[in-house]
Design a protein around this ligand. Structure first.
Ligand code: NDP
Length: 448
């Protein structure tokens, strides 16, 4: 841990001790604890009142069995999770991830990050995350429906529009949200905004589909402009080809960039002319196919069957939008050597700590996930507002609000970094700005 502060080192040791074999959670906590060291010097009451120890401990962890039947009549058992991490500033809010790699440590890391991200949006939402080790890949629609219904049968006991409002994440898109919403409605006999990312016919918000990717570009453009640069005329490398990646690529192009890569967990596509985003939407959103199929329409593009090599491609701006720890220090060095001047995180924790240090030490502009990808949850909170009003705003209105929120997040993160003597370090700035609001609120609500 990069601190001499004995108190923080002690908190970190207890986190490791209590949450054994959960390296992703340790990584997420360590980064925040390192960042808030100067805050504790100014605000010793956070130590006296146990705020730091409380913030690293989830308010509640729910873990449950999810039985479901496949198309051949065979029963399968998966595991479901919901980590309700912090409700100081609003109802728990955070996505659900369906992926075979999901276990308690992944959900804790995501839930912990979500506390500060949600705080940064300026909207009244607490932090949570959930999911299952279920793999939707290769499953029929009916299998996915039966799984989602079984998952919601248990989860419905723990959520509610004023308690906890889940959304999507990896493996959970409009289809899964629809099945889960339907099941919640049946069980509770109530039509409430209990999930976000809903279809437009039943309470969804315009822009929610695009929000994380668009928001990433709005945030990144602020960071670039503040440093005399812009998306306009730049070459951009995007990883992933899911919800975040597709709409980050689309907005970057609208802002005047050329996006040359997309990927999935099998490999990446390099298309020098610029990625055909409508085709990627067809392959991934409609056919649920593999990114390699891109070559069927663009035989002049290149497919490399190793997704981690994507950062060897020459670019000005890199937008990692796939998954955690997808970009290590070797990749960071390659990006730098190839002239990349900015990296902004669309995925959660995609850059390893050593890669982040490398970017900061070598003057590469770096937008951390907590701040840069907060547009999705911010728009989810706008969906909650519209549900409460029983009204829908038009695309321009929601998009305008998203843009303002992302600009504000940049301003607040950059401002906090400057205020605490770490100008330009948005990692520290985002952590401090996100932490302060939650910590002050916990203090005012009483911790014991
Ligand atoms: P999706 O399920 O829509 O897409 C994930 C994409 O990443 C898929 O293309 C997947 O490919 C790919 N992928 C997974 N692992 C790897 C890997 N190791 N290398 C390359 N590609 C990989 O998820 P989202 O787009 O929703 O989420 C992506 C990231 O963004 C996650 O970190 C998520 O937590 C974060 N995020 C999402 C938000 C949202 O609103 N959706 C909000 C904020 C953050 P494959 O099909 O092969 O698995």
């Amino acid at each position: 841990m990069k601190t001499e502060n004995e108190y923080l080192k002690g908190v970190m040791e207890r986190v490791i001790e209590r949450n054994r074999n959960e390296p992703e959670f340790h990584q997420a906590v360590e980064e925040v604890l390192e960042s808030i060291e100067p805050v504790l010097e100014r605000r010793p009451e956070f130590i006296r009142m146990g705020i730091v120890e409380a913030i690293v401990e989830p308010e509640r962890i729910i873990k449950f069995r999810v039985p479901w039947v496949d198309d051949d009549g065979v029963v399968h058992i998966n595991r479901g999770f919901r980590v309700q991490f912090n409700s100081a500033i609003g109802p728990y809010k955070g996505g659900l991830r369906f992926h075979p790699s999901v276990y308690e440590g992944i959900i804790k890391f995501l839930g912990f990050e979500q506390i500060f991200k949600n705080s940064l949006t300026g909207l009244p939402i607490g932090g949570a995350k959930g999911g299952s080790d279920f793999d939707p890949k290769g499953k029929s629609d009916m299998e996915v429906m039966r799984f989602c219904q079984s998952f919601m049968t248990e989860l419905s006991k723990h959520i509610g529009s004023n308690t906890d409002v889940p959304a999507g994440d990896i493996g959970v898109g409009a289809r899964e949200i629809g099945y889960m919403f339907g099941q919640y409605k049946r069980i509770r006999n109530g039509f409430t905004g209990v999930l976000t990312g809903k279809g437009l016919n039943y309470g969804g918000s315009l822009v929610r589909t695009q929000a994380t990717g668009y928001g990433l570009c709005y945030f990144t453009e602020e960071m670039l402009n503040d440093n005399g640069k812009s998306f306009k005329g730049s070459t951009v490398s995007v990883s992933g080809s899911g919800n975040v990646a597709i709409y980050a690529a689309e907005k970057a192009v609208q802002m005047g960039a050329r996006v040359v890569t997309v990927s999935d967990s099998d490999g990446y596509i390099y298309d020098e002319k610029g990625i055909d985003i409508e085709l990627v939407k067809k392959i991934k959103e409609v056919k649920r196919g593999r990114i390699k199929e891109y070559l069927e329409a663009h035989s002049d593009a290149l497919y490399v069957p190793d997704c981690r090599k994507i950062w060897e491609v020459k670019c000005d701006i890199a937008l990692p939008c796939a998954t955690e720890n997808e970009l290590n220090v070797e990749a960071a060095e390659k990006l730098h050597k190839n002239g990349c001047f900015a990296v902004s995180e669309g995925a959660n924790m995609p850059c390893e700590p050593s890669a982040i240090s490398y970017f900061l030490e070598n003057g590469i502009l770096f937008g951390p996930a907590k701040a840069a990808n907060a547009g999705g949850v911010a728009t989810s909170a706008l969906e909650m507002t519209q549900n409460s009003l029983r009204y829908s705003w038009d695309f321009e209105k929601v998009d305008g609000m998203l843009k303002d929120i992302m600009k504000n997040i940049y301003k607040n993160a950059a401002g906090a970094a400057k205020d605490y003597g770490r100008q330009g370090n948005l990692v520290v700035g985002a952590n401090i700005a996100g932490f302060l609001k939650v910590a002050d609120t916990m203090l005012s609500q009483g911790t014991v």
